[in-house]
Design a protein around this ligand. Structure first.
Ligand code: ADP
Length: 597
């Protein structure tokens, strides 16, 4: 055989057995021949394609590219590379790398083109997979580390950075022992030995060291990294931080035990009202066992006439509104009703969507019973006050009359005793009158006789005798004349007298008392300021309660009714009363009355 003949057959064998696809076309882009690899890559059958156009294998938008290649080869280029896309005969596109070469005749004229085509699809898939893997490795919470067999770190992801505190730059090339507590070094060695001896992977819980030297609980999965030949070339370690998980588990356990042991009923339900959890407290209050109610509608504990409430609750829950301490009635399994105080809150998922509601219900039977008892006792007390003040008033009235008679008759030397008796009797009078007023206020029977009157005149009448009687106090009156208001003159006088007597009672002898009365277009303002004991801030609101006399009963304090009655009188006139006071400096009581009627 001649050498040329061998060459011809050799080329044929190479053509037939090449891994890459080879396609030959003439200058009119007609396929002249192709090798079996091209047949496989493009799903070509000989009969189909011989003499058909190469364009059949090129996406339409790339036809121009093919024309340009032919032109360039005709123009003298000897080789061209292209990364492009081709179509199988069935029309599927795939990425390829192509080497174009001209085919020349003996006159060195270009007569055709040979294309050697490599399928890049596998490479593309590999790249894609690598991209996905890198993204996973980078974004995963777990630490993904790899180390050489000699124990040097050669891979370190963001998760590892987060758990151990070292950046990739700091740790690459460093020994893995940096992360291992000294008492755990042996453990690591044993595991690596096992892996080297063929064990596929090892998972275990241990501790590792962070950059700052803290020990973190870690769940480790260690496995071998092998090359194509199956030889172990390194070790990969995936570590998850279990301290958060442990914490979450502990928290869950604590919460579960709180729910379990609570005396209150703690119930959760779906947004449609189906019960999803039911604790021991709920069993105790409502009488149903957990298994009897799970999956049932919450309406089994709602009295039919209160169904509207549930509709309202659901509406609020859907709107994300919590319902706090809502007092209502629910039904027990045995049909009895039970008074409860209910707090219902929306339950949200991780994305903030409302997925249900949690209910905490407290059995308030005993509170309700206590409330009823207090009401009964309070009613009895009111009845007693009403009766006592009424019964006391009659003998007191005749006592008054006899005393007035007696006052005129007693001998001069006994007048001093007479004066004392009258003073005590006046005190008694005030007390009984106050008690009488209280019972009238409580029964809503305090009557008012509204008329127009000159309040400045009234003030003058009240103050003058006080001034005379209490020479020991330094009264200052600042008042406009001729202030006409509409009200019950006797009751207003009573209010003013109460404030004035308090100012005297609760300030030292000889101190100053300032009274100011003023009017504007629609308001009358009256104030009494003393320089006495004053009132602590936390008592200033309490002093208007009935029977309130303060913690330490002052020597002068009475039954604690004066301010209660005064506030009632002022309120019944559409007005308002308050105090401004500082301990040991004095108090100022102010009331305002509307005048625009
Ligand atoms: P009473 O004077 O009969 O105790 P009040 O209702 O008039 O009852 O007053 C209630 C309480 O308010 C008094 O016991 C006293 O502690 C306090 N209080 C009233 N007025 C003054 C005041 N001007 N200065 C200091 N404390 C006062």
């Amino acid at each position: 055989m001649k050498n040329t003949e061998i060459e011809y057959y050799a080329q044929k064998v190479m053509f037939e057995n090449a891994e890459d696809a080879i396609i030959v076309n003439d200058l009119s882009n007609t396929i002249v021949c192709f090798n079996p690899a091209a047949g496989r890559m493009f799903s070509l059958r000989n009969s189909d394609v011989y003499n058909s156009q190469i364009y059949k294998l090129i996406p339409a938008e790339l036809h121009k590219e093919q024309d340009a290649v032919v032109e360039d080869l005709l123009g003298g280029k000897s080789v061209l590379h292209s990364k492009t896309t081709r179509l199988t005969s069935e029309g599927h596109s795939f990425p390829v790398s192509i080497l174009f070469r001209p085919i020349k005749n003996s006159y060195n004229e270009v007569i055709g083109v040979i294309q050697i085509i490599t399928d890049d699809e596998a490479e593309r898939i590999l790249e894609e997979k690598l991209g996905i893997l890198t993204a996973i490795t980078e974004n995963i919470e777990d630490a993904i580390i790899s180390r050489t067999l000699e124990g040097y770190i050669n891979n370190w992801n963001k998760g590892a950075e987060k758990i151990f505190g070292y950046t990739e730059k700091e740790i690459l090339g460093k020994p893995i022992s940096l992360l291992i507590p000294s008492d755990k070094l042996e453990e690591e060695e044993n595991i690596i030995d096992n892996i080297l001896q063929g064990k596929k992977k090892e998972s275990f819980e241990t501790t590792r060291l962070t950059k700052v030297g803290d020990q973190v609980p870690i769940f480790f999965t260690v496995s071998a990294i092998k090359n194509k030949a199956g030889e172990i070339i390194g070790i990969s370690e995936i570590a998850s931080n279990v301290s958060k998980k442990k914490n979450d588990q502990e928290k869950k356990a604590i919460l579960a035990s709180i729910v379990e042991n609570s005396q209150d009923a703690i119930i959760s339900k779906t947004i449609d009202g189906l019960i999803t959890s039911w604790n021991k407290g709920a069993e105790k209050i409502f009488g149903y066992k957990e298994q009897e109610v799970i999956g049932k509608h919450i309406s089994i504990i709602i009295p039919p006439e209160r169904m509207d409430e549930e509709t309202l609750i659901i509406k609020n829950i859907r709107a994300g509104i919590k319902m706090d301490h809502f007092q209502t009635i629910r039904l027990k399994k045995n049909g009895d009703s039970v008074p409860i105080s209910l707090t219902v809150s929306p339950v949200k998922d991780d994305n903030g969507n409302i997925i249900g509601a949690s209910k905490v219900a407290r059995d308030i039977t005993s509170e309700k019973e206590a409330e009823a008892l207090i009401n009964v006792l309070s009613k009895r007390k009111d009845e007693f006050i009403a009766l006592a003040s009424h019964e006391l008033k009659t003998p007191l009235t005749s006592l008054n009359a006899y005393l007035q008679l007696l006052e005129k008759r007693v001998a001069q030397e006994d007048k001093i005793f007479m004066k004392k008796i009258i003073k005590q009797q006046e005190k008694l009078n005030t007390l009984v009158n106050d008690l009488f007023d209280i019972s009238k206020i409580q029964s809503g029977k305090m009557e008012f006789n509204f008329e127009k009157f000159d309040i400045s005149q009234l003030l003058f009448e009240v103050l003058e005798p006080l001034k005379e009687a209490n020479l020991d106090y330094d009264f200052h009156l600042d008042m406009q004349k001729g202030i006409i208001i509409k009200g019950d003159k006797i009751r207003i006088e009573q209010a003013i007298t109460n404030l004035l007597t308090n100012a005297i009672k609760y300030s030292p002898l000889g101190s100053r008392i300032e009274i100011v009365a003023a009017t504007t277009a629609n308001q009358f303002t009256f104030s009494v300021k003393d320089y006495g004991f004053g009132i602590e801030p936390n008592r200033q609101q309490l002093i208007f309660n009935q029977f309130y006399t303060g913690d330490s009963i002052r020597k002068n304090s009475g039954l604690g009714l004066g301010l209660f009655i005064t506030e009632n009188i002022i309120k019944r006139h559409g007005g308002k009363i308050w105090v401004e006071s500082e301990l040991e400096k004095g108090s100022k009581f102010i009331f305002i009355l509307p005048t625009n009627y």
